[in-house]
Design a protein around this ligand. Structure first.
Ligand code: CA
Ligand code: CA
Length: 440
């Protein structure tokens, strides 16, 4: 446990350090040289131009920033299922009629301030460094055999959550009341090997009335008849380097766009705990296959469901607050231009830094830090999309789906329903991934 406590203390110190950094936007600002890594092949130029349909780090020109004040959300239009009960104590869903008698009702009644604002979430975020919760809630050491077979009731409804056992992992409840699985071996890269069980369910995929493009429509129901596991973290540098060392992954490559000098994250430049950037679709896919039996990229539907849950939320952390660099929600570009990259640090942050941005499922950095590849080919709209949560595998354009926005992009891309498509061979400083796998 000594090592684990040291890790937590170290992370708390890191977190305080980043709070300081977030107040100093000039820290580590990278030189501005948009053309310093100009691609030299016509294919790369074509892709780069296709992806960058707005200037680096600049707000979109369609008035997206002006839409921030709009609070036209979907909650009143979607059914409220039992799943809602375990969320309402954490975020404001704006939903007036919760199911009677569930744990969430109690939480709501006990609080005079269920409509959390940025200040509240920031305070929660700070508390997380002091409590034994959060993304760094690692399993007990080997001295005490973990209790892995007893019923587990993370959502406090008196019923077993029916979260499956995963051999080699300890099952715990995460701060979003989901079953979470940490590798029993927490040495080296395996300390990042943490999964979340996403139970079967239905949600309405897509958005309207929140400033998103028509590519997020039509809103359509997606039903997962089986649950799945999704990684708590983006693919971490320390993990990816282990895969390269094992000969199962190609080295990352940011030659197409180097992030205005940010470059490739590596343990050699002090970024072992950052997300691995420079991942093409195939590189991310290869990594997931190496990481775990049956490992793969999530489908686009799985990725959105893991972010938002059965009731649509504008952001993975809830209907609000709107993301800012000071409220701990996401690593993105708040001010525009390369000086705003990574909330002023120039690039990525260590995974899980923005604890107030934790998703419905407990996933970290599901908005911001790096874009994350999905299995699906990109389609500029949902007409004809699969309704069972599977990947959309007929190719409409030579683009794969990426999700969640990144350190260099404005807040419009941080929305749960936000989507983008780009050439799968992108060797890009803002492209990473997150893995998933089915129950076997
Ligand atoms: Ca339960
Ligand atoms: Ca991300």
């Amino acid at each position: 446990m000594t090592a684990l406590r040291f890790t937590r203390a170290g992370i708390a110190l890191l977190w305080l350090g980043f709070l300081t950094a977030s107040c100093s936007p000039d820290t580590n600002r990278q030189p501005v040289d948009e053309n310093s890594a100009s691609p030299d092949s016509s294919v790369e130029v074509a892709d780069r131009d296709a992806f960058r349909d707005e200037p680096d780090g600049e707000p979109l020109t369609d008035g997206a920033r002006a839409d921030w004040g709009t609070d036209a959300l979907m909650q009143t239009d979607v059914p409220v299922g039992g799943e809602l009960s375990d969320q309402t104590g954490l975020v404001d869903f704006g939903e007036p009629d919760l199911a009677d008698g569930d744990a969430a009702d109690v939480d709501v009644e006990e609080s005079d301030d269920t409509d959390l604002d940025a200040t509240d979430l920031h305070a929660t975020e700070l508390d997380a460094t002091e409590l034994d919760i959060g993304p760094f809630d690692l399993p007990p050491d080997g001295d005490v055999p973990p209790d892995i077979e007893s019923p587990i009731d993370c959502n406090l409804d008196g019923q077993d959550d029916q979260c499956p056992l995963l051999p080699g992992y300890v099952r715990t409840c995460n701060p979003r009341q989901r079953c979470e699985y940490a590798n029993l071996d927490v040495t080296g890269w395996k300390k990042w090997d943490v999964w979340i069980w996403i139970p079967p369910g239905t949600f309405l995929m897509g958005s309207e009335g929140e400033g998103g493009p028509p590519e997020e429509q039509p809103i359509h129901a997606v039903t997962f008849s089986a649950g799945f596991f999704i990684a708590k973290f983006e693919i971490v540098v320390e993990q990816y380097e282990a895969c390269v060392a094992a000969g199962a992954c190609f080295p990352p490559d940011t030659s197409m766009w180097n992030g205005n000098g940010w470059g490739t994250n590596a343990s050699g430049n002090g970024r072992a705990d950052h997300p691995q950037n420079g991942l093409s679709w195939q590189r991310a896919r290869d990594f997931c296959a190496w990481l775990v039996s049956g490992g793969r990229l999530p489908t686009e539907a799985e990725r959105e469901y893991a972010a938002t849950g059965p009731v649509h939320m504008k952001y993975p952390w809830g209907a609000g607050p709107e993301p800012t660099c000071s409220n701990g929600t996401a690593v993105f570009n708040e001010v525009g231009g390369p000086g705003g990259f990574g909330c002023g640090t120039g690039g990525t942050w260590p995974v899980g830094s923005k604890t107030a941005g934790m998703s419905w499922s407990g996933g970290m950095d599901m908005s911001g830090n790096l874009w994350e590849w999905c299995e699906d080919w990109y389609h500029p709209g949902y007409a004809g999309a699969p309704a069972d949560g599977s990947a959309w595998l007929d190719m409409a354009e030579n683009k794969k789906v990426i999700r969640g926005g990144s350190f260099d992009y404005p807040p419009i891309h941080l929305r749960s329903a936000g989507r983008h498509g780009t050439w799968p061979e992108g060797n890009h400083a803002a492209f990473g991934g997150r893995c998933a796998h089915a129950l076997q």
